[in-house]
Design a protein around this ligand. Structure first.
Ligand SMILES: [Zn+2]
Length: 222
């Protein structure tokens, strides 16, 4: 696990496959995502802070909720609750406009269904910072196959984020390169539209039940 204090009080916890984020305030801390079951996010957090922790989840895929064990409570959009199988963690809903304050950060929930039905991003309008989960990435692959995903909704959500582009300077995605700029919202959007319209060449993935489609900037597994 690689831990970096990327900006004052904001830590990036990266296991080489997926990253989680930790914001440490004076009375409490916010953890955004928990990695895979074997990522060691909890251990990494405990080395940084012992303040009371609020756990927020960008969505319900296993590489984001895998480290939930040991946390009694977390916030996740209700539409992804069925993806969390552990049964021990109490789930609290995330809704559009909910705000979580910690130190000088204020994270606002933006619902962006598509990658999963319960996907959200967290926007700090003051800092012009977006934590995008898997929905905005530099190159992908962005996973769009399976019954818990919806490409049409993904496109609508990218359009919604694009409308907010003037409030975003920096994006922290969960996978691959970070930080990235807000121009990737439009790049992901254009490639998703090309995919929807059948304009991207695809090839069968060697072991996943999907095809790989390469857009100009973004690869999708669909
Ligand atoms: Zn992911």
């Amino acid at each position: 696990m690689q831990v970096q204090e990327w900006r004052k009080s904001l830590y990036v916890l990266d296991d080489g496959r997926v990253r989680a984020f930790l914001i440490v305030g004076s009375n409490g801390a916010l953890l955004i995502d928990t990695g895979f079951p074997d990522s060691g996010v909890k251990e990494a957090v405990e080395k940084i802070t012992d303040l009371p922790l609020t756990v927020l989840l960008t969505h319900g895929d296993v590489d984001h909720v895998g480290g939930l064990e040991g946390y009694s409570r977390c916030f996740l959009h209700e539409k992804d609750w069925h993806l969390v199988r552990d049964g021990k963690t109490v789930l609290e809903p995330l809704r559009e406009g909910d705000e979580f304050r910690c130190g000088d950060y204020c994270l606002e929930v933006i619902e962006i269904p598509g990658h999963t039905y319960g996907s959200v991003a967290f926007l700090d309008r003051g800092k012009k910072l977006l934590i995008s989960g898997d929905s905005v990435q530099k190159e992908g692959p962005i996973y769009m196959f399976g019954s818990h995903r919806n490409l049409d909704l993904y496109i609508e959500s990218q359009k919604k984020l694009k409308e907010m582009e003037d409030q975003i300077q920096v994006i922290l995605p969960s996978h691959h390169e970070y930080p990235i700029g807000p121009e990737y919202i439009e790049r992901n959007l254009q490639d998703a539209i090309a995919l929807q319209e059948g304009r991207l060449p695809g090839e069968q993935h060697p072991f996943l039940p999907c095809f790989s489609y390469r857009g100009k900037f973004t690869e999708f597994y669909y």
